[in-house]
Design a protein around this ligand. Structure first.
Ligand SMILES: Cc1cc2nc3c(=O)[nH]c(=O)nc-3n(C[C@H](O)[C@H](O)[C@H](O)COP(=O)(O)OP(=O)(O)OC[C@H]3O[C@@H](n4cnc5c(N)ncnc54)[C@H](O)[C@@H]3O)c2cc1C
Length: 500
């Protein structure tokens, strides 16, 4: 690693701001295309990696069957080949998910790039040394002795974010990329010819770092409570942050100050049900395990003891990112997820960690008294009505949207509606954990940042969470890492071309 003092004297071809997944993909791609790359990262080295470090490793790409899977997961065993039905996740399905979940608002150019490059990018990521493995348990259950995938997320990154980053850091370093930690970008150096570097704050000292091109890959504004309240609305300042504390919206501020176009869903964010006792920012030793994603197999109640969403509207991977924010609309900003013995075995490992806010009871009357902050009578009324409204003639099947719907409730649960009648009951107290925000900068199809007049800003590129326009209202799990990789590669390649 270089000494910090060297940074002020440096002139990079391409300067990448940030050192998460998008930044590393940009740095590697710029290096592959012949550029000398320097990265600057606000965090110290021991907490590097941004939100990317915290990910469980869901990775969404289009594929047409086992032959495609084998190109990315060549070391599949005979047993796995025999016992897993990967199905397909075609480009059309990916497009449908992106359009449906964003209410047809996703930017058509960006989504085209994302979906059509997703398989090739998965192969590229695999070539960088990142290992992908089947996401059994998270995205597939056993049917007739065989694991069957249901959500389009066949392969996950083995070891999640930490292992992905380890491989990408090693690859970047093998290309000679230099990374400076505890170095926060403050301002873009800019004149009529475009961007020519970045003013940074490095351990209390301000320095100017020259570069022929700058790639902003420094996250969105989810870790900045003032910006959350300003853009997302009341109470969002009180949400917990699932990941890094360093994504404070600085990149968006720097770029818009020199005329970059704000773009996308500024009042929208990805957020999930998150343990109510979790710390204010992500904990590197816990990663994503404070999340509680399996509510489709139980019910969720608020302080009034009332259900407030259709827990079974879709697979969790299609609802979890918008249901997190619903908790902030409830009294006291918390909710309880409740399960009985019939479905506990389906819950992911995140329900079995030690740092968990959980109560158990042998009857609903006992549970009603134990659900902190909840009106017991309201809860008992809800459970009586819910249990009576569950069907008996449609079999429960977690692998498909089984259509096992309650009938006649103010908010029906339209799939997987089982009466909660098999004690002991288990309940988990959650609040909103914000993952990242949807608004960001506008880029063109080369990853170059556009200004408010629709022209590109010469020398300025962006990728990852800082880019707006892909996500509106909702999100399909596994798209964050993929979009970071796709647009990171694109920005790196374009930045390298820009300097010649
Ligand atoms: C708990 C959790 C679980 C998740 N699980 C998944 C999953 O399974 N699959 C998936 O696809 N996505 C997942 N995501 C979302 C995913 O992490 C993000 O979409 C993706 O990692 C964003 O990558 P990025 O490179 O844009 O940002 P980041 O990885 O956050 O990197 C941004 C970097 O910029 C640095 N930075 C910020 N400001 C500055 C500045 N001014 N100067 C210098 N550096 C700066 C930050 O320190 C950080 O290192 C998860 C997120 C969280 C928090």
């Amino acid at each position: 690693m270089p000494k910090n003092e060297e940074l002020g004297a440096m002139e990079a071809d391409v300067l990448v701001v940030g050192a998460g997944n998008a930044a590393l993909c940009a740095a590697i791609s710029a290096s592959e295309n012949g550029a000398r790359v320097v990265m600057i990262e606000a965090a110290p080295e021991d907490s590097r990696g941004g939100n990317s470090f915290f990910t469980g490793g869901a990775f969404r790409f289009a594929f047409n069957g086992i032959e495609d899977i084998l190109k990315i997961f060549p070391d599949i065993s005979d047993e796995e080949r025999e016992n897993i039905d990967f199905g397909t996740y075609t480009e059309d399905q990916y497009f449908d998910d992106m359009f449906n979940l964003t209410q047809y608002r996703t930017d058509s150019d960006m989504v085209e790039i994302l979906v059509k490059s997703s398989f090739e990018t998965a192969q590229w990521v695999h070539k960088q040394g990142v290992r992908l493995i089947p996401g059994l348990g998270r995205q597939a259950y056993k049917v007739d002795g065989k694991f069957k995938f249901w959500g389009g997320l066949a392969l996950h990154i083995s070891g999640g974010g930490p292992e992905m980053l380890k491989a990408l850091y090693a690859k970047a370093e093998s290309h000679g990329v230099r990374i400076f930690y505890e170095t926060q970008a403050q301002e873009l150096l800019h004149d009529d010819d475009g961007v020519r570097g970045v003013r940074v704050r490095q351990k209390g000292k301000t320095r100017d770092v020259g570069a022929k091109a700058v790639v902003l890959a420094c996250g969105s504004f989810e870790s900045n409570p003032e910006m959350r309240a300003r853009y997302l609305g009341p109470n969002w300042d009180l949400a917990k942050v699932r990941g890094t504390k360093f994504n404070t919206g600085k990149g968006i501020e720097m770029a818009t100050r020199i005329g970059a176009m704000p773009y996308g869903h500024y009042s929208g964010a990805h957020s999930v049900a998150w343990d109510v006792s979790a710390p204010p920012f992500g904990d590197l030793t816990i990663g994503d395990q404070f999340q509680k994603h399996n509510y489709p197999y139980g019910i969720i109640v608020n302080a009034n003891g009332e259900r407030y969403v259709n827990e079974g509207a879709d697979f969790h991977s299609h609802t979890y990112a918008k249901y997190g924010g619903e908790i902030l609309k409830q009294p006291g900003l918390f909710a309880w997820q409740i399960f009985d013995q019939k479905t506990l075995h389906l819950l992911r490992n995140e329900y079995r960690i030690r740092r968990i806010t959980k109560v158990t009871a042998d009857s609903h009357e006992e549970l009603a008294e134990k659900l902190e902050g909840v009106d017991p009578n309201g809860y008992l009324k809800t459970i009586r009505e819910f249990n009576a409204a569950c069907p008996t003639d449609i079999p429960f099947d977690p692998n498909i949207k089984d259509g096992r719907s309650t009938q006649g409730l103010a908010i029906d649960k339209t799939n997987w509606a089982n009466p909660l009648d098999a004690p002991p009951y288990e309940a988990f107290r959650v609040t909103t954990g914000v993952t990242f925000t949807f608004g960001g900068l506008k880029i063109d199809t080369n990853g170059q940042v556009e200004d408010t007049l629709g022209s590109v800003i010469p020398g300025l590129f962006a990728c990852g969470e800082i880019v707006g326009g892909l996500f509106y209202h909702n999100y399909a799990s596994g798209t964050g890492l993929m979009s970071g990789a796709v647009f990171g590669r694109l920005a790196g390649r374009s930045a390298a071309k820009h300097i010649v």
